[in-house]
Design a protein around this ligand. Structure first.
Ligand SMILES: *[C@@H]1O[C@H](CO)[C@@H](O)[C@H](O)[C@H]1NC(C)=O
Length: 599
């Protein structure tokens, strides 16, 4: 069962962002890594990749077991190589004086000219290489990195061995020459593409050189190749992912123009206020503010929010008659706020309150702005003022309940929702939220009865069916939950959320990926800007092993994101997915091995 449905989001302003945030937090990056590489974590955990060992001893004198093993491996490889070249050996041996003397006295391998090395037998060359490498390892152990570099450089003249390059890279790393670490690691990896330690070292060098995307990719590869056992690489990967995402989110935010969020989001916010009873101006004079106010008001009722925004701006610009100006300012303030311009919104609402100090709704909307700015104290102050003006305004209690709810103060929230219902029991969302908060407090039976009564009172509400479905799913009553989502879709085909919920259940319970994807696509048709639909679709593609399609979804999620945290989440998944696609291309064998292990 998805965690997504575990926490039910309030139908108010925080609904959509909550959902998307939750979606991204549901699964950690490892899950996505594994998916895109064609692996599940369970498989990856059991898998042990045969790796080439092993860089130089880390500490002075620590001639570790690994080192011995690597010598043995190298020797094995060398004996295989020399067996192949056996026919040429006698000729080489007779024609080189240096080689002839090798058996009798120690050769100074370091000073032997390249031409002379070429004349050696492969066994002699190997001996030279190993002698020099051991010398390098000793120097390395003694922290004499410059000389160790020279020794490895000489060893490489005898044999192009990934270990020698990697060891020399380790020296460069201590010498702070990160560009050389990168080029030596590249050489090592040309010879042995799955040399995890070389990848890891290159990752660190990339990070030092501030090539963060490359570092991220390398750390990710280390994580996967090491079967997710390398904690340091995992931590580095998470850190870099965060860093890359934060940096890019900041850049994007700077360039992003304010625009209205998805219709689902706007609906949820507007629906959290009881509809006002207002006689609209009837003027047909298109040069008057009143005309545009009426136009904006009707457009909002028709859910044409772009028109509503523009017309309300026009109304304020042209100026309305005193009877309508506060309402016009309220409307413009609301849409400007939804567009993300909190300063502009505050100005409108302040002016509306100046003109009509008893305009309770404007106080509540100001509190929404403070919540978005995470200024909870100022938000509560607005409610104090609102309730002082009119202690029997149900909206004030409902919205104060919402703040208690997001602050996890469930009892206070329940009290406010109940008060709101007592004052006006015709407002659907107060009932829904009461049911949700009862559930959160563990009073499952009161919650269920609240929902049942609410469904009786509002039989045609898609929202109540959808939220009830989520609670049923949380209680593992999957059949009933699916029924509720289906009913919700029937009642309001324009509401994307029940499609997404149904899709996730269909996928997780019945493994019906195709149907799940088609449901998510319907959600997107219903609301093309629905970020939750895009994110769910991405997850489904990833689970079905289609990372390229998933990537498209996450890129769309970047476009749709409105706040910096949302952007960061979306960017993280774009980067993680990209990295994984690249991994599957660069390491097809490793990816395939991991895939097989899953079966
Ligand atoms: C207080 O709010 C209620 C509900 O909106 C309304 O019916 C009532 O007239 C308001 N009272 C005052 C004094 O504005």
């Amino acid at each position: 069962m998805s965690d997504r449905t575990k926490v039910v989001s309030p139908p108010a302003s925080s609904s959509t962002p909550d959902k998307i945030k939750q979606f991204f937090e549901d699964r950690d990056w490892k899950f996505y890594c594994a998916l895109a590489a064609g692996v599940t974590l369970a498989g990856a955990g059991a898998y042990y990749l045969t790796q080439p060992s092993s860089p130089p001893p880390k500490k002075k004198g620590s001639s570790s077991k690994k080192e011995v093993k690597s010598n043995k491996k190298a020797a094995d490889a060398a004996s295989r190589a020399s067996a192949g070249a056996a026919a040429e050996e006698p000729k080489a041996a007779t024609s080189t004086p240096a080689a002839a003397s090798a058996s009798n006295e120690a050769i100074d391998y370091a000073t032997l000219a390249d031409e002379a090395i070429e004349q050696l037998t492969s066994q002699e060359r190997l001996k030279g290489a190993q002698t020099l490498k051991e010398k390098g390892n000793k120097l390395f152990g003694a922290k004499n990195y410059e000389e160790a570099v020279a020794a490895y450089t000489n060893a490489i003249r005898y044999k192009a061995d990934p270990i020698y390059y990697s060891n020399r890279a380790a020296c460069y790393s201590f010498l702070g020459q990160h560009d050389r670490v990168i080029s030596d690691s590249n050489e090592a990896l040309k010879l042995d593409p799955v040399y995890v330690k070389a990848i890891n070292r290159r990752a660190q060098a990339y990070e030092k050189e501030n090539q963060l995307n490359d570092a991220l990719y390398d750390f990710t590869s280390v994580c996967i190749l090491d079967g997710f056992k390398n904690d340091n690489a995992a931590k580095s990967m998470e850190r870099l992912l965060k860093q890359v995402a934060t940096t890019r989110a900041k850049e994007i935010m700077k360039a992003k123009t304010h625009r209205l969020p998805s219709n689902t989001y706007v609906n949820a916010y507007l629906d959290s206020f009881r509809p006002a009873k207002l006689e609209l101006p009837t003027t047909t004079d298109e040069t008057s503010g009143d005309y545009h106010f009426a136009k904006a008001y009707r457009a909002a009722l028709d859910k044409d929010y772009t028109t509503a925004l523009e017309a309300s701006e026009k109304a304020v610009e042209l100026g309305c008659s005193p009877a309508y100006l506060p309402a016009a300012l309220n409307m413009k303030g609301t849409f400007v706020f939804l567009k993300g311009d909190t300063q502009g919104a505050l100005e409108c609402l302040n002016k509306a309150i100046e003109l009509d100090p008893k305009y309770v709704q404007c106080y509540i909307k100001r509190s929404s702005i403070y919540i978005e700015q995470q200024d909870i104290a100022s938000a509560f102050k607005e409610f104090e003022d609102a309730i002082a003006i009119n202690a029997s305004d149900p909206d004030a209690y409902y919205h104060r309940g919402q703040i208690h709810y997001i602050s996890n103060n469930f009892e206070a929230a329940a009290k406010d929702y109940s008060e709101s219902i007592k004052l006006d029991d015709s407002f659907l969302y107060a009932h829904v939220q009461l049911g949700v908060v009862q559930y959160k407090m563990g009073s499952v039976s009161s919650s269920m009865s609240t929902f049942k009564n609410t469904m009786k009172q509002f039989p045609n509400s898609a929202d109540v069916h959808n939220y009830y479905g989520e609670l049923l799913a949380d209680q593992q009553k999957f059949e009933e939950a699916i029924e509720m989502f289906t009913k919700a879709i029937e009642l309001d085909p324009k509401n994307p959320l029940p499609y997404i919920n149904k899709a996730m259940l269909k996928f997780q319970l019945m493994a019906e990926a195709d149907e799940a994807i088609s449901l998510c696509k319907k959600a997107l048709e219903a609301d093309p800007a629905c970020d939750a639909a895009v994110a769910s679709l991405g997850q489904l593609y990833l689970e079905r092993g289609e990372p390229i399609e998933a990537l498209k979804c996450y890129e769309l999620a970047i476009d749709l994101a409105r706040t910096e945290p949302e952007l960061e989440h979306a960017i993280s998944y774009v980067e993680a997915t990209k990295t994984q696609i690249r991994f599957a291309q660069d390491f097809p064998e490793a990816a395939a091995k991991l895939r097989n292990l899953r079966q």
